[in-house]
Write a protein that binds this ligand. Structure first.
Ligand code: FE2
Length: 152
């Protein structure tokens, strides 16, 4: 494993914070949705809420198994303007793409670690799929058809 352990833990804390921040963004964004396809988008955000929280939790457990207690730094302030479902999805796509990039950037640091390399590779696979699902919905355009897709 390249880099020392405490740097790896620091990076894991950052990845965890990113998931937790995404959770909070989605938590609030649901209430800004207005207009056509609102219900469909709400369902998407409900699923995304569950997933981001699960991911943050999984990372926290990795940190603990390295003998550390997770630390969490988030600076977040969210306005309450209304959003169309398409805008909200585009924003969710940005958030998911950022998470995917962060996992990819981190992977080289845990190469060769039997637990962490496997864990990060799985996260990359899951996030890649998630980004692709949102892209499919965004490209298909309205009416949004993400419920069936994301629950399949
Ligand atoms: Fe995630």
């Amino acid at each position: 494993m390249s880099g020392n352990r405490s740097e790896v833990v620091e990076d894991l804390n950052r990845l965890m914070a990113e998931e937790a921040e995404a959770f909070l963004r989605y938590f609030q964004m649901r209430f800004r949705l207005r207009g056509k396809n609102r219900r469909t988008a709400e369902k998407f955000f409900e699923g995304a809420l569950k997933e981001t929280l699960e991911h943050a939790d999984a990372i926290a457990k990795q940190i603990r198994s390295l003998g550390h207690i997770p630390t969490l730094h988030i600076h977040l302030s969210l306005g309450g303007g209304p959003m169309r479902p398409e805008e909200a999805l585009a924003e969710a796509l940005d958030v998911e793409q950022q998470a995917l990039d962060a996992y990819k950037d981190f992977l080289p640091r845990v190469m060769g670690d039997p637990v962490l390399e496997d864990f990060i590779r799985k996260q990359i696979a899951v996030e890649t799929e998630h980004v692709q699902e949102i892209l499919d919905v965004v490209h298909a355009g309205p009416p949004l058809k993400l419920v069936a897709k994301l629950e399949s």
